[in-house]
Design a protein around this ligand. Structure first.
Ligand SMILES: C[S@@+](CC[C@H](N)C(=O)[O-])C[C@H]1O[C@@H](n2cnc3c(N)ncnc32)[C@H](O)[C@@H]1O
Length: 420
């Protein structure tokens, strides 16, 4: 099941993760860099166990209570309750007192609360759009499922059908994604970073939901387009391909590190129309010269990331009502700054990977109240025009349990002619 050396690693990693002062995946990569002799089997076991603890932390804390939820106790209870370990298998890593305690925990009933059943903290449940407990539960369960591995085909280099054929011929189990015309869903989590389709820029790893945000932006050949919060450029690459590498595509971000991570991806993609630009903040004077000139602006805003809990279960503990309130101020300010760039008739897309109306509809509603020259273009109509059979209403709302994508929100806005 698990030996004492492996358990010591699990305990150490969980101990660092539950401080919630760094992203869990950053904790894990740093730990593996420090312990570079660990084999792939050990790494897999450590990662799986630590992430299982984060995913089921509400239940595990409830089981451990009234004792303090130390890393050791959480790891032991996870082995017993989540991985079905029997006490004999844990002899080498526990003392007798712990085994007696675990024996009692094994049969303990979980408290009947929505927090435990949905594995979501109270503050998140209180802020979701879902108010019916069954709906919260369905969402919470969806967020506990593993995320599929989705790819986007760079159609400047290859058609999706051809990429599918290559992957399936080589033994991958790959199928077209249901909504995105460029998406491929792979079964399992095969490592692809040395595969020629990846190294030659034919495919990029990208959740299908992210790809749909590109569809809503709808960039075209020859246009002037801005990806305002480009980060490591996942969506920039998609927009560049939509533009057939023509026109001008600006990729702004305030993070030098993220833009640096974009560089190799950009090189692989073969795009020649992209201009990455580090900005100090959303009102940076370098942006001003683009005011009123841009055809399409995508604002993939910094957000709580709660829509990505399948991949980042720690976010529900790293975010808080206070951090979300701070993000709201930023989101509103970025959207207002981005709007200044849009030309009359141009499109502004506001998107997040959050599930909270406070970061989504509320931001758009406040923006519209202050900017009567912008109007909503219904997202369902934009998608229907592009033959995507997905109707979540005028604002796009993707949910893991309904769409098998990360949770995403997006609104398409158009700048109307000045009537003054
Ligand atoms: C959701 S992420 C973007 C992900 C990216 N679009 C992608 O597809 O990979 C949000 C990004 O906004 C950036 N950001 C934060 N504040 C910003 C600001 N004031 N102006 C522009 N970008 C900002 C962050 O550095 C982060 O990279």
């Amino acid at each position: 099941m698990i030996n004492s050396a492996q358990f010591a690693h699990v305990e150490a990693v969980i101990g660092q993760m539950i401080r919630f002062d760094r992203p869990a995946d950053a904790v894990l990569s740093a730990y593996f860099r420090e312990h570079n002799k660990l084999g792939s089997g050990d790494r897999h076991l450590i990662a799986e166990t630590a992430f299982a603890v984060l995913r089921r932390l509400e239940s595990l804390r409830a089981l451990v209570a009234p004792q303090k939820p130390s890393a050791r106790r959480l790891a032991l209870v996870a082995l017993v309750r989540l991985r079905g370990a029997n006490l004999r298998e844990l002899t080498a890593i526990t003392n007798e007192t712990e085994r007696t305690w675990l024996g009692e925990i094994k049969g303990r009933t979980l408290p009947d609360t929505l927090e435990v059943a949905a594995e979501l903290p109270t503050w998140v449940i209180e802020r979701l759009a879902e108010t019916d407990p069954q709906a919260v539960l369905a969402l919470g369960r969806g967020l506990m499922e593993p995320a599929p591995l989705d790819l986007r085909v760079n159609t400047l280099k290859m058609k999706r059908d051809e990429a599918l054929l290559i992957l399936n011929r080589e033994g991958f189990i790959a199928e077209a994604t249901p909504y995105s015309p460029w998406g491929i869903r792979l079964q399992g989590k095969p490592a692809l970073n040395r595969h020629r389709l990846f190294t030659e820029g034919v495919v990029e790893v990208q959740d299908e939901g992210s790809q749909l945000l590109g569809l809503l932006t709808g960039a075209r050949r020859g246009e002037m387009v801005v990806d305002f919060c480009a980060g490591a450029g996942g969506k920039t690459l998609l927009l560049g391909a939509q533009m057939h590498s023509s026109g001008r595509l600006y990729a702004f971000d305030v993070s030098e590190k993220r833009l640096a991570n974009f560089k190799p991806r950009l090189a692989r993609s073969g795009l020649s129309n992209v201009h990455p630009q580090l900005i100090a903040h959303e009102n940076d004077t370098r942006i001003k010269r683009l005011a009123g000139k841009v055809d399409r602006v995508l604002v993939d805003a910094p957000c709580s990331g709660l829509g990505t809990l399948r991949r980042n279960p720690d976010l529900k503990y790293r975010q808080s009502p206070e951090s979300v309130a701070e993000l709201n101020t930023k989101q509103a300010s970025i959207l207002a700054a981005a709007a200044r760039l849009v030309k009359t008739g141009g499109r502004l897309v506001y998107a997040t990977c959050s599930l909270l109306p406070q970061e989504n509809e509320s931001i758009v509603e406040a923006f519209l109240a202050a900017h009567p020259d912008f109007a909503i273009v219904p997202a369902n109509e934009v998608l229907a025009e592009q033959k995507v059979g997905l109707d979540t209403g005028a604002m796009l709302q993707l949910k893991p349990h309904l769409h098998n994508t990360d949770g995403f929100f997006a609104t398409v806005l158009v700048k109307q002619p000045d009537t003054n």
